[in-house]
Write a protein that binds this ligand. Sequence first.
Ligand SMILES: CC(C)(COP(=O)(O)OP(=O)(O)OC[C@H]1O[C@@H](n2cnc3c(N)ncnc32)[C@H](O)[C@@H]1OP(=O)(O)O)[C@@H](O)C(=O)NCCC(=O)NCCS
Length: 164
Amino acid sequence: MMDKAVVRVALKTDKPAIQELTTRAFGQEDEARIIRRIETDGDAQLQLVAEMGGRIVGHVMFYSVGVREKLGAIGLGPMSVDPWVQRERIGTMLVNAGLTMMRDGGAPIVFVLGHDWFYPRFGFNAQATEPFTSIYKGPHFFGLRFRHGPPMSGELIFPRAFGP
Ligand SMILES: CC(C)(COP(=O)(O)OP(=O)(O)OC[C@H]1O[C@@H](n2cnc3c(N)ncnc32)[C@H](O)[C@@H]1OP(=O)(O)O)[C@@H](O)C(=O)NCCC(=O)NCCS
C-alpha cells in the first residue's frame, strides 16, 4: 500500500528536492528558476511540501503581491506534484493547507494564474480580480477574497521573478 502524504512547511534542506520536483513536473526549468528568484528577492511568504515515504512529492509557493504598496495581498505558485502521484489529491491538500494558513494569517486576498480545472474548486474565481488591473488578467487569472478591506482595487505588482 502507498504511504500517505503529509503536508508540512518547507525547510532549507528541501530546496534541492523542490527544484528537482518542479523541473520534472513542468518539464522545464523556468518555474524552478522563478522559485529561486522569489526566494532571493525576499518575496516568498510561505512554502509547503508534501512528503511521502521520506520523499518530497509536492510543493506550493505563496508570495507577496504589491498593490501601490504592500497591503498583504498574496500570490500562489508555482506549485507541482510529482507526475507519478498526480490525481491523488496531494495538490488539493497543499492548496487547502496553504490557503488556511494565509487566511488565518490575515491575508485579505490571494491571486493565482493557473488551470481553470484546478483552482476554482478552492473558491478561486474571476469576479474577485475585477477591481484590479494586472498584466496577467485573462481566462486563467483568479482571485480568492478572504476578507473585505484593503487592497480593494489597483494595479497588481507581481514579484520581479515573473518579469520578462
Ligand atoms: C496541477 C497539479 C499541481 C495538480 O496536483 P494533483 O495532486 O494532481 O491534483 P489533485 O489530485 O488534488 O486534483 C484535484 C482535482 O483537480 C482536477 N485535475 C487534477 N489534475 C487534472 C488533470 N491533469 N486534468 C484534468 N483535471 C485534473 C480533477 O478534477 C481532480 O479531481 P479528481 O482526480 O477527483 O477528478 C499537478 O497536475 C501538477 O503538478 N501539474 C504540473 C505542474 C503544473 O501545472 N502546476 C500548476 C501550475 S498553475
